[in-house]
Design a protein around this ligand. Structure first.
Ligand code: FAD
Length: 616
């Protein structure tokens, strides 16, 4: 009898039944999503703007219903199979499992690929807040399957912003329709964080097109059989490129060139020359991509020459927030699973019960298990609140007719992007690890999904710019940008929430703690910016990652206070009581730790900076 023959409660089952029973809940819970969208962010207010006037609450509800239904019917049941699936490169092609094709087809047919695009481009023009929420449901059910869509949506958004009319018609629209899929091809073996080192070359062919040569490393979804065509968005350098990132241009490099009608015709000279095997996110194929083996790799320049990094940043910002959303969805999935498990698993008795014949308690009765669940809840729901808030800012920027409001929303998104990418990812590792701990030995076994959540989560601090790079982006660039306007806006938004929460006596302690922490953040930021001038950036940015983490915890504490204020004063209800408890916990443990980190940063300690490689 193996592990899987027993349910957590020790009752014998046919293999797999116990897991199916526990895996059936799709996260985040619907009530959680409704709370975030309609109580916290008041998405309905957006529907009053002309930009989103086509939609009403009933439409949004119906779209979420569909997301839950498809996630439950097609995405979740496939997650373990897709994780175990071994992709193979055969004659240059990679076949995907049939059930993935069915799941992706259902997603496309329901209109999710085009959810966030303008109606004039063939999209549904839904608020990003809602399309992101739907994405979270799919991501929690099956992150790998969701990645194929996420990359395509990002590529199509980039062409929506920077492609010319012809490119939008021939490449973007088929992506929105789900006929073509997209990739983002930035990294090379020698150019990961340092994209300035990209060596892929593009030379003009004399007819307005370009010929590319070179190799890309780590490119997700660059070859598979889900769509009719694959649209790679590739960073490469023109012959006259200036050095550094200012010399990078962006090209469309499709798998198939198109005929006059826009249908895939001739195979382009871009081939997968290797597959990368990985720890997690194993369900999405990852490739080594080679351009121009026969000198005939056709590419089309997007926008102006040497403007590729700026354009790609457009996609990367969106992708970075989406990585944070993916991280939050994994934490939510692992939290929900471990919570169900803890309610079902009898083990031991409370210290006060010395009777060995008394019934055992479910492990959720042990305070230490509740601690692990509460920590997960604080991270998962806090991360969710953060990424949905960022998506909401994108909507405000798109819908607002007030120029100042639009600019403020954009500045806030800019300053929050490295936080939204990193905080849910880094803390998601802790969170999914705790889910494993709640399951004990079973959590360490592939028979249960939390070890997959943990492995999948491990990628999130790496791709789309590592945590180290996000820290430098925040402290070296974002908090200084526009004379510190983004940070000022953030601190003002936190101060406004503190004012609103002051009216609620049960939040008095949280108000005091966040008020102190945000003042400390402002003070430490000033000190570190001054240190960049006085001591030089190398020394002042040495602990940018610690700064980013403390900054992120304060931002999440702010979002927890917003949630707690909505929950306070509600009639006795476990959902709201849970919100208040998780907020209280987060402030007493995580926010306290963040404040300690800031106190340390204020001293401009140079312990890390002084260590030389030889000492390690
Ligand atoms: C599963 C997977 C999927 C991916 N998908 C894609 C994709 O679809 N498209 C794509 O283009 N890329 C993709 N990537 C590549 C990914 O974006 C890179 O791995 C990432 O940017 C880091 O680059 P690197 O691996 O070369 O590491 P390096 O850049 O060598 O970094 C190694 C370490 O050094 C640190 N470091 C590097 N430079 C600095 C610095 N200046 N300051 C401080 N610390 C620094 C990093 O933080 C990191 O900890 C994927 C990677 C993986 C693993």
């Amino acid at each position: 009898m193996g592990y899987a023959d027993l349910s957590p409660s020790g009752v014998r089952f046919r293999k797999g039944i116990s897991m199916l029973a526990l895996a059936s809940a799709i996260s985040p819970r619907r009530r959680e999503l409704d709370f975030q969208l309609f109580d916290v962010l008041d998405v309905e207010k957006l529907l009053a703007t002309p930009h989103f006037a086509e939609h009403d609450r009933a439409t949004l509800d119906a779209i979420l219903d569909t997301a839950y239904e498809l996630a439950s019917d097609f995405f979740a049941p496939l997650a373990a199979e897709l994780d175990a699936f071994e992709y193979r490169l055969e004659n240059g092609s990679i076949a995907t499992p049939e059930r993935l094709k069915t799941a992706v087809r259902a997603y496309i047919d329901a209109g999710f690929m085009g959810a966030s695009f303008l109606a004039e481009d063939g999209g549904l023009q839904l608020p990003s807040t809602l399309s992101s929420a739907a994405g979270l449901v799919f991501g929690a059910a099956n992150g790998s399957a969701n990645s194929y869509a996420f990359l395509t949506i990002g590529a199509a958004h980039l062409l929506a912003a920077f492609g010319n009319d012809e490119q939008r018609e021939r490449w973007m629209k088929p992506m929105i329709e789900g006929r073509f899929f997209g990739t983002m091809a930035l990294s090379e073996a020698q150019a990961g964080s340092a994209l300035a080192e990209v060596q892929t070359k593009a030379v003009p062919a004399g007819d307005g097109t370009y010929r590319l040569t070179g190799n890309k490393m780590w490119i997700s979804a660059a070859e598979h059989d889900l769509p009719e065509n694959i649209v790679n968005l590739v960073l490469a350098k023109l012959p006259d490129a200036p050095p550094g990132v200012k010399g990078i241009s962006l090209f469309i490099v499709p798998k198939y060139l198109l005929d006059e009608r826009g249908d895939p015709a001739q195979r382009n000279d871009v081939v997968v020359t290797g597959l990368n095997h990985k720890l997690g996110q194993r369900g999405v194929v990852n490739t080594v991509l080679t351009f121009g083996e026969t000198g005939e790799c056709v590419g089309y320049l997007v926008g102006k020459p040497h403007d590729g990094m700026r354009q790609m940043f457009h996609m990367m910002n969106e992708a970075r927030i989406a990585v944070g959303a993916g991280a939050a969805s994994l934490s939510l999935a692992a939290y929900e699973y471990s919570l169900q498990y803890a309610k079902d698993r009898p083990q031991g008795r409370l210290p006060s019960d010395k009777n060995p014949l008394s019934p055992q308690v479910a492990i959720v009765e042990h305070p230490d298990v509740r601690r692990m669940l509460l920590q997960q809840k604080a991270i998962a729901e806090g991360g969710l609140a953060l990424v949905l808030y960022c998506a909401h800012l994108v909507d405000v920027a798109a819908a607002s007719t007030d120029e100042a409001e639009r600019r403020d929303a954009e500045l806030l998104v800019d300053v929050l992007t490295p936080v939204a990418k990193t905080w849910p990812s880094e803390h998601g590792i802790e969170s999914t690890s705790l889910a494993i701990q709640v399951l004990g030995g079973y959590g360490y076994s592939p028979e249960y999904p939390v070890e997959r959540h943990f492995r999948d989560q491990r990628l999130n601090p790496i791709h789309e710019g590592t945590t180290g790079i996000q820290g430098l982006d925040l402290l070296g660039r974002k908090v200084r940008m526009a004379d510190g306007a983004g940070l000022k806006l953030l601190l003002a938004a936190i101060a406004a929430e503190l004012d609103a929460s002051r009216a609620i006596p049960e939040l008095a302690e949280e108000v005091a703690r966040l008020s102190e922490a945000s003042q400390l953040l402002a003070e430490v930021t000033r000190a570190l910016l001054q240190a960049q001038i006085d001591l030089g950036p190398d020394r002042a940015l040495a602990e940018a990652t610690a700064y980013l983490d403390a900054f992120g915890t304060i931002v999440v504490a702010w979002r927890w206070l917003v949630m707690a204020r909505r929950a306070a004063g509600e009639p006795a209800d476990d959902f709201y009581a849970g919100k208040l408890a998780a907020c209280r916990y987060f402030y007493r443990y995580d926010l306290r730790a963040a404040s300690a980190t800031l106190e340390h940063l204020k001293t401009l300690d140079d312990t890390i900076f002084r260590v030389t490689p030889a000492m390690l």
